[in-house]
Design a protein around this ligand. Structure first.
Ligand code: PBG
Length: 290
């Protein structure tokens, strides 16, 4: 998403996807709903002049995403909307939280209160689900309590419960502008995102999110983590989501452009595998075509 009323701008590393203004989003979302897409997740790309160290633009009730949510809920009340909680589209350094005194690492506990406020703002604007993607420890509990005390007891939480520090997020970071802010697509988030080599830690963390009140758990990236999806399927009765992330989409497109892969067959095979591994819900950039 972007501010203003201009035509949608293409995102080169996500072929077929655009930064929408609110009015073009409404048209696009209605097409998606008509095609049977079960819900949408929206992400902002705000003016670079609004990026700050503490990402405060993400807490603004009059910000781009809250305005988009209100418009969506007015025009298409039955289309479920997932709103990400994390500060990276709003920070000048591209991290998901505020930094500690060293300026190198994210300050987990100082970030929690900001995420709770952001969640209450998004709940107030009508998000059906809050989707915390920040990976701070303890965030589900503070977000649940912030939503409840603001009166949004029926706003759900889809937790990015098992989210790895992955090299597959690059095109997303182009799309929201955090790659440009950080000066790299491969900002190192390993102090808060999970270590892909440690599957027991990720399962333990995911189950903590359940205890803290998550309504559904998400695994990400999907394709490289089918084992985690299967393990989690066996460890929880909550609905499970898997996010086929931007890099998974981009690599299939790039190979297909070169004639090295059949786009549709590769797409369908990856989605089928994600389903087979146990996902009830799939977040995918292929949704509009599939
Ligand atoms: C950030 C966020 C990321 C994605 C969703 N929310 C990227 C990151 O952690 O840097 C990635 C989605 C994708 O690659 O499609 N909070």
């Amino acid at each position: 998403m972007k501010d203003g009323s201009d035509a949608p701008t293409p995102i080169p590393s996500l072929p077929g996807h655009f930064r929408h203004s609110i009015s073009s989003l409404l048209r696009h979302a209605s097409r998606l709903a008509n095609r049977g897409v079960g819900g949408i997740a929206i992400f902002p790309c705000i003016e670079s002049s609004l990026l700050t160290k503490d990402g405060r633009a993400g807490l603004d009730p009059a910000g781009l995403i809250p305005r988009a949510l209100r418009a969506l809920k007015k025009e298409l009340p039955d289309l479920p909307v997932f709103a990400d909680v994390a500060l990276d589209p709003y920070t000048s350094h591209g991290h998901d939280g505020v930094l500690d005194k060293s300026g190198r690492d994210v300050d987990n506990d100082a970030t929690l209160g900001l995420l709770a406020k952001q969640a209450a703002v998004l709940g107030g604007a009508g998000a059906d689900f809050i989707a915390p993607s920040d990976m701070m420890d303890g965030r589900i509990a503070v977000i649940r309590s912030a939503l409840d005390s603001a009166g949004f007891t029926s706003t759900g939480i889809l937790s990015y419960a098992a989210k790895f520090a992955s090299s597959f997020y690059g095109p997303f970071r182009d799309a929201v502008g955090s790659a440009q802010a950080a000066g790299t697509r491969s900002l190192d988030k390993r102090t808060y995102q999970a270590d892909p080599a440690n599957q027991r830690a990720i399962l333990r963390d995911a189950l903590l999110d359940e205890q803290e009140g998550a309504d559904a758990l998400m695994v990400k990236p999907a394709g490289p983590c089918l084992d985690i999806l299967r393990d989690l399927r066996e460890a929880t009765r909550l609905p499970l989501a898997a996010y086929q992330v931007s890099g998974e989409y981009a690599q299939i497109h790039a190979a297909a452009q070169k004639g090295w892969l059949d786009l549709k067959k590769a797409r369908d095979e990856t989605l089928l595998s994600i389903r087979r591994a146990g996902a009830d819900i799939i977040f995918t950039y292929f949704a509009q075509d599939f």
